[in-house]
Design a protein around this ligand. Structure first.
Ligand code: CUK
Ligand code: CUA
Length: 654
């Protein structure tokens, strides 16, 4: 331990040099001044030289913004985390699939109720999601900062988030998947949002027992057509491609020379059906028996032409290109990939694909040029049981490199280097693509899953920062009982040697993937552009209430309340109804000041809205419980915030 606490003169000089470079004054030597304090504080806290450098690289003084913003999946919280990089400050949790009271997401607002109803599956209103892979919208292969998509693995769904207000606008359900995993990924101009299934289920029949697995179960990939002008997916122009009943994993879209293609990993090409309770090999071993599975190479441009030409068959209301059509029309090819493959990551220039097999210590680098040539020449080494042509493995690989035990996912920097997460060795390996060689390794803590690099999935990654998204934290933080947070570790990748800078515990769910965008690409609203704006439609609301127009209207049992909120009162302050009335409150915030948010919570009715400046929302409920129920503003909006209140009076029926 002592050897950590070295070289105070050097450390101090380094820290002050950095401070000087930042244009700050230093007062070294002035007793009790900042200079003298750094050394004393560091010594007292037992900080090493590397610790101080890490602190100086990540600390943001109050009011200073981060250079990057990371959008991370919130795992089985069903949400999205927004984090500043390099400070690793949590900026927001975006309600994606799961009700969230601070944002008033699905706590009584009619707009959110409609969204939740559109997101129902199998007749259930679903109150959680398992978010894995966020994807920022792209223009010409570069993040454009406009939209974010994310999958719900558990209930095969996709959320569309508008980055003008960081709110979920649309949730798409996929009736032909059991779960998803190969999503979301976008094509380079966000033409399509890709969703690949994971565990195969019956496609053309509603029910089939597992003894019909090979006949009736099917894999699937769906391409959701994004309408950027509307900020919504157009379901009518979306389509799917039927795949053999393998289990599908991660995907990536080609770019540059590989534009127009999607690459989708698979496992369980064994088509193992488990059943450990009947003495069969467990799924665990059955699905990982083969040395090779198949990377699916999919021509999405050709598939889109087929779908537009009606070469589809309907399954549960969605258009599906049948497997035989995909084979006949040259939409689908396989390439063997070792072993229990997980990530497939296209290089920034679109010329190579990197695949990691969880049970193979190598990354395998495939050459798009060679793949294209093999397809053009019709050079196949065979076909699978369903007739899909298989491209010869050896003829299309550029090389393999031993990066460590259990490689999962790969990211890229601006210097032609790749970074692969090594799950079993719990490391990150930095390697170069040309020549193929390992350059550096760093320990992470512990069991790393995905990595996210600054601008990492664009055609021009920035390098600089890499975040290791670790599954276990064990001894990194204060103990909080047997359920521990996940651990994001920020790594500086600007130099030859990687340096660990910062640990950020994630105590809300297990995040999987994240994307990191240059902060200045985001142009969010400071407040809604006009008073009476509906986030659900991103336009003026027909139900907006202007100041002076507040009123209560009754038609039979229907009571419509037209309400406004402004510091520090609601108008009206009394809502008088009778037991059994349907009450609809149209409420508009008259604020146009930055950060002037009001909440609207009604006691005991499970209602809470968040009304950002200018926002208009509607809440509708049956006053089924008689009594007196205060309502109040749930955001501390002003000195007289506690006074921002009123009463819902529900008179008992005689
Ligand atoms: S998966 Cu979680 S570590 Cu869903 Cu992208 Cu690899
Ligand atoms: Cu408005 Cu508190």
């Amino acid at each position: 331990m002592r050897s950590n606490r070295v070289g105070w003169g050097v450390v101090l000089t380094a820290a002050l040099a950095l401070a000087g470079a930042a244009g700050l004054h230093s007062c070294a030597g002035a007793g009790g001044g900042p200079g003298a304090d750094v050394s004393a504080i560091a010594s007292e806290r037992g900080l090493s030289e590397a610790d101080i450098v890490a602190a100086v690289k990540t600390y943001q003084p109050t009011g200073r913004f981060d250079e990057y913003v990371m959008f991370a999946s919130g795992g089985h919280s069903g949400q999205v985390l927004v984090i500043g990089v390099p400070s690793m400050r949590l900026l927001k949790v975006i309600a994606a699939f799961t009700p969230e009271p601070w944002q008033g997401f699905a706590y009584g607002s009619q707009e959110h109720q409609e969204l939740m109803e559109s997101a129902m599956m199998a007749g259930h209103e679903i109150k959680w999601g398992d978010t894995h892979h966020p994807a920022l919208s792209e223009t010409d292969g570069d993040y454009d900062g406009q939209f974010l998509f994310i999958n719900d693995k558990a209930n095969p769904r996709i959320a569309v988030i508008d980055l003008r207000d960081f709110e979920t606008k649309q949730i798409l359900t996929n009736p032909n998947m059991g779960t998803n995993h190969g999503g979301t990924f976008v094509t380079p101009n966000t033409e399509y949002v890709i969703e690949g299934a994971q565990y195969s289920v019956p496609l053309w029949t509603d029910y089939a027992d597992v003894d019909r697995y090979q006949e009736d179960y099917r894999g699937l990939v769906t391409l959701w057509k994004f309408d950027r002008a509307r900020g919504r997916v157009d379901e009518n122009q979306s389509f799917s491609i039927e795949l053999p009943p393998y289990w599908h994993d991660l995907a990536d879209a080609g770019k540059g020379p590989s534009f127009g293609w999607v690459f989708l990993n698979s496992f369980n090409t064994e088509m193992a059906t488990g059943g450990i309770e009947d003495g069969n090999p467990a799924f665990e071993s059955g699905v990982s028996a083969n040395d090779m599975d198949y990377m699916h190479v999919i021509n999405w441009q050709k598939a889109a032409e087929l779908a537009a030409a009606g070469r589809t068959r309907e399954a549960r209301g969605n258009q599906v290109i049948e497997l035989q059509t995909a084979i006949d029309e040259g939409v689908l090819f396989f390439i063997p990939e070792p072993k229990s493959p997980h990530g497939v990551d296209v290089t920034p220039d679109g010329r190579f694909l990197v695949v990691s097999g969880k049970l193979d210590p190598n990354v395998t680098v495939y050459s798009w040029e060679k793949i294209q040539q093999a397809i053009a020449d019709g050079q196949f080494s065979g076909e699978d049981a369903y007739g899909v042509p298989i491209i010869d493995f050896a003829s299309v690989i550029d090389g393999q490199l031993n990066v460590g035990l259990g490689p999962l996912h790969t990211q890229y920097d601006d210097k032609g280097n790749a970074y692969t997460s090594i799950f079993l060795d719990t490391k990150v390996t930095k390697w170069s693509l040309d020549p193929l060689q390992v350059l550096d390794q760093i320990d992470v803590h512990y069991n790393v899953g995905h990595l996210a690099a600054a601008e990492g999935d664009t055609r021009t990654p920035d390098g600089k920062y890499l975040v290791a998204m670790n599954k276990w934290s064990i001894d990194r933080f204060n103990p909080v009982g047997p359920l521990l947070p996940q651990n994001f570790q920020l790594i500086d990748i600007s130099g030859d040697k990687m340096q660990l800078l910062y640990d950020m515990p994630i105590g809300i769910g297990e995040p999987h993937y994240a994307q990191i965008v240059k902060a200045d690409k985001l142009q969010p609203f400071e407040y809604y552009p006009e008073i009476g704006y509906s986030p659900a439609t991103m336009s003026a609301s027909a139900d907006a209430v202007q100041g002076g127009e507040e009123r209560v209207e009754r038609t039979g049992n229907q009571v419509d309340v037209y309400m406004t909120s402004i510091r520090s009162h609601f108008t009206p302050e009394y809502i008088r109804v009778r037991e059994g009335d349907r009450v609809t409150i149209h409420i508009t915030s008259l604020e146009q000041a930055h950060d002037a948010t009001h909440g609207f919570g009604i006691a005991k009715y499970n209602i809470n809205l968040s009304l950002e400046a200018g926002e208009s929302q509607t809440v509708s409920f049956v006053a089924d419980e008689p009594g007196v129920f205060p309502y109040y503003c749930t955001e501390f909006c002003s000195a007289l915030h506690l006074e921002m209140t009123g009463y819902l009076l529900v008179e008992p029926r005689g």
